[in-house]
Design a protein around this ligand. Structure first.
Ligand code: C5P
Length: 231
């Protein structure tokens, strides 16, 4: 485990390990954690993740498991065996699935964080309605966060704008991991509801997920050091 506990998780949204390693070479585990998502994991596999862990980084393996309880539990157990810091599942898989995931990693030699995705931020009220769920996207996200809490999970991925409500409902210790972060003056890209790093921490975010504002910066280390001043 990284004793520094940096609060920024850099999304390694690169197509392959070569580009990812070139970027990681500029960093240091005391400056940030790293997030590996579908693209890089499908391209490079578990060995790539283990290499990052071996370099001393806390790694968030963002694979959003969603299947029957036994299958998700097995996947979580294997993921945890890679030595990663955090993994996630879809809360829509339900309480039994989340409890099975929790149980599967409960006795690991290293304490892993298990968090939930509630409602994807790409979905709006109309999308939720089309699933015949009678709630707004926000209310559904809050409801699913509480189900995750009751299932023993450590927190959720959410917008910084929802972070305080997640904590009001589930307690201060319930982790909020927030993407959609843009430092003042940086390119918004395809993110719709953006929040600055400073505001995100003030709104109750525990960890910020940042991709392009760091990976495309002329000086990524300077961006990370500035963000750290707000945490
Ligand atoms: O480049 P940017 O800062 O927008 O990257 C954000 C990262 O967070 C990407 O890896 C994206 O897939 C992820 N993410 C997100 N919104 C969510 C969940 C994850 O942007 N609701």
């Amino acid at each position: 485990m990284n004793l520094h506990d940096p609060k920024t998780i850099v999304a390694l949204d690169f197509p392959g390990s070569q580009q990812a390693f070139e970027f990681v070479e500029m960093l240091d585990p005391s400056l940030c954690k790293l997030k590996v998502g579908f693209e890089l994991f499908v391209a490079e596999g578990p060995g790539f993740v283990e290499t990052l862990v071996g370099k001393g980084y806390d790694v968030f393996l963002d694979l959003k498991f969603h299947d029957i309880p036994n299958t998700v539990a097995s996947a979580c157990r294997v993921a945890s065996g890679l030595g990663v810091w955090m993994i996630n599942v879809h809360a829509f898989g339900g309480r039994r699935m989340m409890e099975a995931a929790r149980e599967a990693v409960a006795n690991d030699s290293h304490p892993i964080k298990l968090i939930a995705v509630t409602v994807l931020t790409s979905m709006d009220d109309e999308d939720i309605k089309s699933l015949q769920v009678q709630a707004t996207a926000r209310d559904q996200a809050l409801h699913l966060s509480h189900l995750a809490y009751q299932s023993g999970l450590d927190g959720v991925v959410c917008s910084a704008q929802e972070a305080q409500a997640m904590k009001d409902l589930n307690g201060l210790g319930f982790l909020t991991v927030t993407p959609g972060i843009r430092p003042k003056g940086s390119d918004q890209g395809d993110q719709k509801r953006i929040v600055t790093p400073e505001d995100a921490f003030l709104m109750g975010a525990d960890y910020l997920v940042m991709g392009r504002p760091v990976t495309s910066a002329a000086d990524p280390v300077a961006v990370l050091k500035e963000v750290a001043t707000f945490s």
